[in-house]
Design a binder for this molecule. Structure first.
Ligand SMILES: CC(C)(COP(=O)(O)OP(=O)(O)OC[C@H]1O[C@@H](n2cnc3c(N)ncnc32)[C@H](O)[C@@H]1OP(=O)(O)O)[C@@H](O)C(=O)NCCC(=O)NCCS
Length: 320
C-alpha cells in the first residue's frame, strides 16, 4: 500500500493556556519559513512571550481557534478579535507542512463568519507588504489593500514630563473605563476597547494613560500600552502602544507625551507606536518628534466591512 500523508484536520477548537507551547512552535516555524521564502534567510522568528499568548487567547475568547491533526497536534490557528463594531484577525498561521491545501482559506472563512455573527462592521487584518502570496491569498477571500501601518520607535530622552494619570492607580476604575468607552464611542461609534484595557491590567502586562483637561468632564485621550516583552526570554525594554484614542491632534500629542512619561517612570527607555498612515498629521508629528520608521504592515479590510471614516486620532493595533 502506498504511503499517504495524514491530511485529516479537526477544528476549530478553543485553545487553553496548556496549548501555548505548541502554538508558539507553530508560530515561530511558520513565520521563520515565510521570511526565508521572502529572501530573509537569516531571520529566525522567536517564540512569543507566553503571557502575550495568554493575552491573545483571552482577548479573543471564543474567537481563539485552533485546528488539530488526527494525533491532536495543533496544525493551524487563527485568533479572531472583536472590540464592539471592530473585528480583526491575527496572528494566523498554518504549519508549513500543511500549507497550500486549503486550511488557511477555511480558517479565514470561519473567522469572517464568527465576526459577522457578532455584528462586526469592520473586518480586517494586517500582513507583510512584501509577501505577495499573502496579499493574493487574502485578496481571493475578499480582502482589499488599504493604508500602511507604520511602526515607529523612539529612544526616549532623559527628561520627560511629570508622571501621567494611569488606569492602574485609579480609585474608581469603572468610572475611568466608562470615560474611555465614551470617548471611543464618540469618535468611532460602536467600537469598545474596555476588554483590552481590563485584561492588560489583570495580566499585569501594561497599563492605560489617561489625558484630561483640568476641570473638564471626561478624557480627551487615552492609550493602552504593554511593557511585557513580545518575544519570550527578552528583557523588558520597550513600551508598545496597542490602542490610542484622542479627540484631536493636540490630545494625540498629549497622549504620546503621557506614554513616554509612563515609560520613563517604569524605567523603560524605548517606545513603539504602530501608526496607521491614514492619520497623516499624527504620523508627521511623530517623525518630527524623532520617532524612526522601524517596520511596515499592510492593512486589509474585507469588502463591505471597511474602517469607519477617521475622526480624531484612533490607532488600533491589529497585532498582539
Ligand atoms: C498565509 C497562510 C495562513 C495561508 O494558509 P494555507 O493553508 O497555505 O492557504 P490555502 O492553501 O488555504 O490557500 C492559499 C491560496 O492562496 C492563493 N495564492 C497564493 N499565492 C497567491 C498569489 N500570489 N496571488 C493570488 N493568490 C495566491 C493560492 O492560489 C491558494 O488559493 P487556491 O487554492 O484557490 O489556488 C499560510 O501560508 C501561513 O501560515 N503562512 C505563514 C505565516 C503567515 O504568513 N501568516 C499570515 C500573516 S498575516
Amino acid at each position: 500500500m502506498a504511503w499517504l500523508p495524514e491530511r485529516e484536520t479537526f477544528g476549530p477548537e478553543r485553545p487553553t493556556v496548556r496549548d501555548i507551547d505548541t502554538l508558539n512552535r507553530v508560530f515561530a516555524e511558520a513565520f521563520t519559513d515565510r521570511y526565508r521564502r521572502d529572501g530573509l534567510a537569516g531571520v529566525r522568528v522567536p517564540q512569543l512571550n507566553p503571557v502575550i499568548w495568554r493575552y491573545a487567547i483571552e482577548d479573543a475568547g471564543d474567537g481563539a481557534m485552533v485546528w488539530r491533526d488526527a494525533d491532536g497536534q495543533i496544525v493551524a490557528f487563527n485568533m479572531v478579535h472583536h472590540s464592539g463594531r471592530e473585528g480583526w484577525m491575527g496572528p494566523i498561521a498554518v504549519r508549513p507542512d500543511r500549507q497550500g491545501a486549503g486550511l488557511g482559506k477555511s480558517m479565514i472563512r470561519v473567522g469572517i463568519e464568527w465576526l459577522r455573527e457578532r455584528g462586526a462592521r469592520t473586518i480586517g487584518l494586517e500582513t507583510m507588504p512584501r509577501t505577495v502570496e499573502n496579499i493574493g491569498f487574502y485578496g481571493q477571500l475578499g480582502f482589499l489593500p488599504e493604508h500602511l501601518t507604520i511602526t515607529l520607535t523612539r529612544d526616549l530622552p532623559r527628561r520627560l514630563g511629570p508622571p501621567p494619570e494611569l488606569l492602574a492607580r485609579a480609585a474608581d476604575r469603572t468610572a475611568r473605563l466608562a470615560e474611555c468607552r465614551d470617548l471611543t464611542n464618540r469618535l468611532a461609534p460602536g467600537t469598545d476597547f474596555t476588554r483590552e484595557l481590563t485584561l492588560s491590567l489583570d495580566l499585569a502586562i501594561g497599563d492605560t494613560v489617561l489625558i484630561r483637561d483640568p476641570g473638564a468632564e471626561g478624557v480627551r485621550g487615552f492609550a493602552l500600552w504593554h511593557s511585557a516583552p513580545l518575544a519570550g526570554g527578552r528583557p523588558q525594554d520597550e513600551v508598545r502602544v496597542l490602542k490610542l484614542v484622542a479627540e484631536d491632534l493636540r490630545a494625540f500629542e498629549a497622549v504620546v507625551h503621557g506614554v513616554q512619561a509612563a515609560a520613563a517612570t517604569a524605567g523603560i527607555r524605548r517606545i513603539a507606536i504602530r501608526c496607521q498612515s491614514r492619520f497623516q498629521e499624527a504620523y508627521s508629528w511623530l517623525l518630527e518628534q524623532g520617532f524612526r520608521v522601524h517596520w511596515t504592515d499592510l492593512r486589509m479590510t474585507l469588502r463591505g466591512f471597511p474602517e469607519p471614516p477617521p475622526s480624531g486620532v484612533l490607532l488600533s493595533n491589529w497585532e498582539i
